[in-house]
Design a protein around this ligand. Structure first.
Ligand code: HEC
Ligand code: HEC
Length: 318
């Protein structure tokens, strides 16, 4: 009897010893960035942070946490703040920028292109005293208290280690996934829908030098991001020497107030500025071809047509 038991134990031990090592079964699902054929081919996805469905899902959750990005970047306003996003309300140095199609920005983020990558922008937003104003260690400590996050980090990164570098990576993945390419104008480019006569004339004005002359800095059919992502001085003030990024004009109907200081409340005010209000300075971009006439001088009807075209750049939100 005793012998058999011993035999039994030995067998069990032998079986346990032969049990294969647990293999690493972490296999995240690749996230394929939906790229319209008329978008640039170069994107900013870094080799050490490939997009995965699990990473994007974790990033979305972190983005929408209580003290996080969604305090200011609201989905329904193209990830800006809407009409309340004035400098007085925000307390930031500049107004907010939209978070759309940023996977194709390869020339720096922010109004002054001051931040090189989306990963670094997550760090900047968390630590800036005028933005989230948090200690990254506190952020990590708070996440460590939640069992849910252990599981989500494991799914996204293979182990349940929670670090700020992983927070940066996940949120950057989520922001890269915010692709906007289904406006009326996109459907026009794809031959699925016609523009109205006024919208078409507005488009013509937008892309011609003798018209409204917007395309050099804000793109068009040939640059469907509707931004070059470069900085210019567009003649807002006579004494201003600074250059700011020409923001994308996609979803522009949703992102008032306009300009880095939010000085214009409506698109009509913006169009009036480009038509009659351009100020000469030594620093103005040479692409502001009509500065000596104070602007491109559109008729009332042309202003409405240009606005009608700009309104075709609004996406239906998912
Ligand atoms: C307090 C409001 C606020 C919060 C919270 C905030 N942001 Fe921003 N965000 C801004 C402002 C203001 C700017 C423009 C900054 C500048 O360039 O001066 C900006 C700009 C950006 C840009 C640059 C976009 C471009 O086109 O260049 C990105 C990316 C961004 N934020 C991502 C984030 C992320 C990710 C978070 C969360 C980790 C976050 N922001 C949290 C206000 C905020
Ligand atoms: C020389 C380049 C240039 C040209 C040409 C130009 N823009 Fe701009 N645009 C800019 C820059 C730079 C800014 C941001 C300026 C700032 O805030 O200081 C801007 C800002 C804007 C904004 C506000 C964006 C926001 O999110 O706040 C709108 C709308 C706009 N431009 C529309 C137009 C239209 C319409 C035309 C043609 C009539 C035009 N632009 C021509 C460079 C240009």
């Amino acid at each position: 009897m005793r012998c058999l038991t011993l035999f039994g134990i030995l067998t069990l031990l032998a079986l346990a010893a032969c049990k294969p090592e647990p293999v690493d079964t972490w296999q995240p699902t690749p996230y394929i960035l939906p790229t319209p054929r008329y978008f640039p081919t170069a994107n900013n996805i870094p080799a050490d942070n490939p997009m995965t469905k699990e990473g994007v899902a974790l990033g979305e959750r972190l983005f929408n946490e209580e003290r996080s990005c969604a305090m200011c970047h609201h989905k329904e306003y193209s990830f800006e703040m809407g009409p309340t996003g004035t400098l007085e309300n925000l307390g930031t140095q500049h107004t907010i920028l939209p978070l759309i199609n940023l996977a194709w920005n390869t020339t720096g983020l922010g109004w002054k292109s001051q931040v090189a990558t989306l990963e670094e922008m997550v760090y900047a937003a968390y630590t800036d005293p005028t933005e989230i104003n948090a200690d990254t260690m506190d952020v990590v400590r708070r996440l460590l208290q939640s069992t849910l996050y252990h599981d989500l980090f494991k799914k996204a990164f293979g182990t349940d280690e929670i670090s700020f570098v992983r927070v940066e990576k996940a949120i950057a993945q989520y922001v890269r996934s915010l692709v906007f390419a289904n406006s009326k104008f996109d459907r026009y480019l794809r031959g699925e829908e016609q523009l109205t006569q006024d919208e078409l004339i507005g488009y013509q004005l937008f892309v011609t030098e003798n018209g409204a002359d917007c395309f050099h800095c804000h793109g068009g059919g040939a640059n469907a991001l509707f931004t070059t992502n470069l900085r210019y001085n567009n003649g807002l003030d006579t004494n201003a020497s600074e250059e700011f990024k020409a923001p994308t004009l996609r979803n522009i109907a949703l992102t008032a107030p306009y300009m880095h200081d939010g000085r214009f409340a409506t698109l009509d005010e913006v169009i009036d500025f480009y038509s009659e209000g351009v100020q000469y300075s030594d620093h103005i971009s040479p692409l502001m071809h009509h500065v000596m006439q104070g602007g491109v001088h559109l008729t009332e009807q042309e202003k409405q047509q240009l606005k009608a075209f700009l309104n075709t750049l609004t996406d239906e939100l998912p």
